[in-house]
Design a protein around this ligand. Structure first.
Ligand SMILES: [Zn+2]
Length: 165
């Protein structure tokens, strides 16, 4: 998996695009891991958002956990009410203020098993985030993504949104 320090522009896109897509939770063994106790209301919200997260596209490949030396970490995580969260394949997009945060699904495993604590602005954005795949969520993504992102990677869900709203 690629390492990015928290709140670093996503290197997948250059220039201004990258500055509007910030990485959170792209950890790697040997790099500094911000640690602490993530607030329980945040981890609950995160678990809900990670069940079948919306993706504009698939990128950066599959992730394994480099802290789990032998196994590469689990491939699923049991969320609220027994919901299964698939780890290592999806990314989570969270609308921020004029930007999006992108976190690998393994973020929940890092919090659970490796004492990771994400930055406060991401915690706040997750707490404010509408229900995954709801119209309010898609609109918030549309409003805060850089213009080229959704045009480059159109999805059927985005095409159902009213234009210019
Ligand atoms: Zn691990």
């Amino acid at each position: 998996m690629t390492y990015y320090p928290d709140l670093e522009p996503c290197g997948y896109f250059g220039g201004d695009y990258g500055r509007r897509l910030l990485c959170v939770g792209w950890l790697e063994r040997g790099e500094t891991v911000p640690s602490g106790d993530a607030p329980p209301e945040f981890t609950s919200a995160l678990k809900c958002l990670l069940v079948n997260p919306w993706q504009p596209f698939v990128f950066m490949g599959a992730h394994s956990c480099s802290f789990c030396k032998l196994s590469g970490g689990p491939s699923t995580f049991t969320g609220i009410g027994g919901d299964q969260i698939v780890l290592g394949q999806n990314n989570l997009f969270i609308p921020g203020d004029g930007l999006l945060y992108v976190a690998p699904s393994t973020i929940i495993h890092y919090i659970d098993s490796h004492d990771y604590c994400p930055p406060t602005e991401f915690v706040d954005a997750v707490l404010r985030c509408p229900t995954m795949r709801s119209m309010a969520y898609l609109k918030a993504i549309q409003k805060n993504a850089f213009p080229g992102l959704l045009k480059r990677f159109p999805t059927s869900e985005m095409q159902t949104l009213p234009i210019n709203e």
